[in-house]
Design a protein around this ligand. Structure first.
Ligand code: AVJ
Length: 318
């Protein structure tokens, strides 16, 4: 996402066409999340093989008192990609004297609904939603009440979708909102046995396969593409050298696909790379964030599958 943090916004069509022109055809994982894709992802989070969501939730529950104390009182909580804000409620229920909550989400419709519900549940909380693609820089609203720190909540190991260089750049962007001492509570998926990782992205019910292929359905609908969805197969594997799960769509035959007047040729077995999901050791992640943040606390589950980490912005050295 180094592309998206700096340059002017590109349309979905432009991004799709340029991704499919690359030698390794590529589509951005952010295109997974249309309405059906978001529903399929919700289903993935409940699959027995998909450990991240339930493990992160358990870590958050089990350590909520210590997490709340670590965040401390009088903070403003910002959540990039807030979605349903489900995990946030746990924070809002336990962190003392939260001054305001700023959910940032790309879907205006969803954001409006979620905020309406939150206002009912937390009538005295200041809620200032921001509708934006948070991977580009966004503006924070004015909070006309004194507060101590911004605390950014970034759960779900979404950071794993970024290439490490892009993750570093994204973390730097987030740190620019904060004064030294401000916090980032972030979910990070950990390196582990390859079989556990690969099972999580190759579930037996085929929901992840449907999620992956849904991208093609979306392109057919929104960009008038003519992908024959059944002519592509789901593939997900752990790339040990790069420390990431890769998801691809594999062309089952030699075929042509047309999108907006362009023709894309596929040989049999050629793939479209649709997602990376980087996995980190605690040391890897500490090194990744060290430009701007120090790791203040780390909570994990008993099997060390997943981590929730509290990072603190370093003093500016320049
Ligand atoms: C939402 C990016 C954390 O990488 O595990 C789940 C997305 N892709 N199954 C992940 C996903 C396939 C998920 N993240």
């Amino acid at each position: 996402m180094s592309e998206s943090t700096r340059r002017a916004p590109r349309s979905m069509a432009e991004e799709v066409l340029s991704g499919l022109q690359k030698p390794q055809k590529t589509l951005s994982s952010k295109f997974f999340y249309d309405k059906r894709g978001s529903k399929l992802f919700e289903k993935i989070t409940r699959l027995p093989e998909y450990y991240p969501t339930r493990t992160e939730r358990k870590i958050l529950r089990d350590h909520i008192d210590e997490i709340a104390r670590t965040i401390g009182p009088s903070s403003v909580i910002i959540e990039p990609g807030s979605g349903s804000s489900k995990k946030t409620r746990l924070l809002l229920d336990h962190v003392p004297d939260v001054v305001a909550y700023i959910p940032v989400d790309i879907s205006q419709e969803y954001l409006g609904k979620v905020v309406q519900r939150l206002r009912k549940a937390y009538p005295s909380l200041i809620i200032k939603p921001v509708c934006a693609d948070y991977t580009r820089s966004f503006q924070l609203p004015e909070i006309d009440q004194p507060f101590d720190y911004y605390v950014i909540f970034y759960p779900g190991s979404t950071i794993g979708n970024f290439h490490p260089d892009e993750a570093r750049e994204f973390l730097r962007m987030l740190s620019q909102f904060m004064v030294p001492g401000g916090g980032l509570l972030i979910g990070v998926d950990l390196k582990k046995d390859k079989a556990i990782l690969e099972a999580a992205y190759n579930d037996r019910k085929g929901i992840t396969a449907a999620f992956n292929k849904n991208m093609l359905k979306r392109l057919n609908r929104e960009l008038n593409a003519d992908f024959v969805v059944d002519q592509f197969a789901h593939r997900a594997f752990y790339n040990e050298e790069k420390g990431r799960i890769e998801m691809h769509l594999v062309s089952r035959t030699e075929q042509d696909v047309h999108i907006q007047g362009e023709t894309f040729h596929f040989s049999e077995g050629e793939t479209i790379h649709t997602e990376n999901s980087y996995k980190y050791s605690l040391d890897d992640f500490k090194a990744l964030v060290s430009d701007c943040f120090s790791v203040n606390k780390v909570w994990t589950d008993k099997d060390d599958l997943f981590s929730l980490q509290y990072l603190v912005k370093k003093e500016n050295i320049d």
